[in-house]
Design a protein around this ligand. Structure first.
Ligand SMILES: Nc1ncnc2c1ncn2[C@@H]1O[C@H](COP(=O)(O)OP(=O)(O)OP(=O)(O)O)[C@@H](O)[C@H]1O
Ligand SMILES: [Mg+2]
Length: 292
């Protein structure tokens, strides 16, 4: 990955993230990705700060999923830079991102319904039995996995009576909680969630939001893509607004209202026209206006 432009024209990196000079846990600079003629991501910037819940909002097709797939290794950008704890990284696959502590909860592929809860928690990372049974026969240590699964769920306050239950016997909210618990168990740097509550009812969404709060309370920062403004304003520390393939503003529930957010998102207002304090992305805005 290399940026097509030099670092010299980047200008100050603090246009949006007035966060006291801390190094972002994960940062994206001028990320671009095209699919044929479709420019899904255009010079997109991104920054996740330590310990925060960062919501990513934007209209359908704005490029949110493309952005977070780039952060989780599922999409390789055409250009741009990624920095993890300030160090340049590049992910060729989700496995590489996971190896660096980045876990992602996808909206649909969250769980394997026919497997039990413990197996789902360890999917792809099964604990092998020690000795030749584990080494040669690759036998799975079901008992330690069950104990560890129960421990993980208990520590996150997810109440599920028996981890030997198949996931298909759980409600939507419980299933999503298992997926989120899995991410929390293995994510050491950050957890990304693309619309984790989209298919859930009010109570079940509440469960997943509580879980996100608990993960954040453990010190793990969370990226949350959501179309649900009340959820976003309820839970987010900061809100990244994505429009036409790039970050157009970063606001917070303290500085902006939900209608401000929607107005910026849809292009009804310029980011600097609303909100108590101007946190808009000056650089992207200048580029869009052709004055960069
Ligand atoms: N694999 C792909 N092949 C072709 N076009 C794609 C692909 N993935 C995304 N796109 C296009 O890129 C643009 C951005 O899509 P993306 O899924 O990132 O948007 P989004 O903001 O997540 O939208 P939504 O809110 O609907 O989930 C869209 O125009 C989409 O059609
Ligand atoms: Mg999407």
């Amino acid at each position: 990955m290399s940026s097509t432009t030099g670092a010299g024209d980047r200008g100050p990196t603090t246009t949006t993230t007035t966060t006291g000079g801390a190094t972002p846990v994960l940062e994206g600079r001028r990320l671009s990705k095209s699919y044929g003629h479709v420019r899904a991501m255009v010079d997109a910037d991104f920054a996740l700060m330590p310990g925060e819940i960062l919501a990513v909002i934007g209209d359908n097709g704005a490029g949110k999923s493309t952005l977070v797939k780039t952060l989780s290794g599922a999409v390789v950008p055409d250009s741009g830079e990624l920095l993890l704890d300030g160090r340049p990284v590049s992910f060729r696959s989700p496995i590489e991102a996971r190896a660096q502590g980045i876990e992602t909860v996808y909206q649909d592929l969250a769980v394997a319904p026919a497997l039990d809860i413990a197996s789902n928690l360890f999917l792809g990372r099964e604990v092998r039995r020690s000795g030749p049974l584990g080494g040669l026969l690759r036998m799975v240590d079901a008992r330690s996995m069950r104990e560890e699964a129960q421990h993980q769920l208990d520590s996150l306050g997810v109440r599920i009576p028996d981890v030997r239950q198949p996931v298909e016997s759980l409600s939507g909210g419980q299933r999503q909680s298992v997926a989120v618990a899995r991410a929390a168990a293995f994510g050491t740097k950050l957890v990304i969630m693309d619309e984790p509550t989209a298919a859930l009812g009010v109570r079940e969404s509440g469960m997943v939001l509580d879980l996100i709060r608990r993960i954040s309370a453990r010190g793990l920062p969370v990226v949350l893509i959501s179309h649900n403004m009340p959820h976003v304003f309820d839970i987010a520390d900061r809100i990244h607004i994505h429009r036409l393939g790039r970050r157009i503003a970063v606001i917070s529930p303290q500085t902006h209202t939900m209608s401000d957010a929607v107005a910026i998102m849809t292009g009804a207002v310029e980011p600097d026209e609303v909100g108590g304090r101007s946190h808009y992305d000056e650089r992207a805005h200048r580029r869009e206006a052709g004055t960069a």
